[in-house]
Ligand binder design. Sequence first.
Ligand code: PHE
Length: 504
Amino acid sequence: KEENRGQWGSRSGFILAAIGSAIGLGNIWRFPYVAASNGGGAFLIPYLVALFTAGIPLLILEFAMGHKIRSSAPGVFAKLNKKYEAIGWFQTLIAFFITTYYVVIIAWSFSYLFFAFTGAWGTDPKAFLFGDYLKLGDAPSTLGNLGASLGGLNLKVAVPLLLVWGINYGVLRMGVKNGLEKANKIFMPLLIIALLVIVVRGVTLPGAMAGLDYFFTPDFSKLTDPKVWLAAYGQIFFSLSICFAIMYAYASYLPKKSDIVNNAFMTGLGNCSFSLISGIGVFSILGFMAHTQGVSVAEVSTAGVGLAFIVFPEAINQLPGMNGLIGGVFFITLIFAGLSSSMSIMEAVVAAISDKFKLTRVQALNRFALTSGILSLLVATNGGLYVLDIVDYATNQYGIVIAGILELVILGWFFNLESVRTYVNELSDFRVGKWWIWAIKGTSVLLVVILALKIKGEIAAPYEGYSWTALGVYGLGSMIIITVGSFIMAKKKGSQEFEDKIYT
Ligand code: PHE
């Protein structure tokens, strides 16, 4: 029976896959910016505190529960109490929604890999991105606009999107050991090499040192600002892929004898090292940009889509040589980092469906790929970016925090964590002390504070100035669909095997 669910073939296979999930677009386009704008070098203090008080303890928790119960998120929560199964589905559905646009961004990266060589973005990468490539209309201040902009399918995005789906589908279909493990064993080393090429090119460019100064110069006065601490915890949660149902699924494929604590430390530290190195690459190139434009580093530093698809193309244009090659390597970095994360989000959903309904991997995968694939094509329509942006914001900024609160309150306060600690310590060389339980409880409280502050900030200034209607329909709407969907999925009758697992 266990073999049907698949198993990692080696310890390094699991760790690489877990690190592969953790290392994603966020390490490259989010971490450097968050660090630089929250105290630079001094940000490392809250960041490392967040890693050790929340990141690694939660990885230990999720690895332990997935391993112990040998199930994806819905089964883990159902095993605690049938009433809690919906929480597992809530996390799974967030992963489902995130898939629909995460794959689209990887698709853009494929297009840009190609553009890096053809120089298609020309001298004005911003106009190119929004005009020629994404074909966006005016910003949707009203719903009417937004509906109108959901026009025809944008083939420039849809074609690479099919490629991204094809790769993910192929890997997931081959299973845990032959698919996910093999893919990560190929992607991760290539990713590291690609990143090192970017870093070496970056630090040898004129202006790089000013960029690194900006990135690293510690502003210790920032440490008294609670926002900086919240940013650090937020970054750790997103970056380690925790509270997304992912790590439960991945850990459920671990062999019986697996050192949980060691695996959690390796994953946490591996991910953070990658973030630091990519910060060095990104900021040396931003320093170079600032240098060529004669502006300050602060003026060119940004995160997200703007960094990857506007500022970097601009920087690539200015390179003294090998523009196409270096540009290509940069987008390859995004592609590898993105693919190894997208596989993990998809696996969380596929594992949940097949665990509950006792479908084969391929049956579950086909169902998932069909629904999520169609939704992601909608994101690739002209103007779909606005929907993407809002759904992304709602699921990422609110969904994960809510999922985290539900998970930690249940596990931390209504469940005997001491039994998990004993379980973990029997398996691990390095034992976790009682501090671990307090780390989990403390993090639950912190997340409630984070949520309250977010809501307060939202009311004061709605996200990106979108209308409340647009935010309501796409943002709140996606959250309502996720919540209702969680209850529906939890109510559905599971396979005999699923019920047996819960009640024995
Ligand atoms: N951890 C990934 C990153 O830092 C993000 C991610 C999100 C991974 C969703 C999987 C699922 O980019």
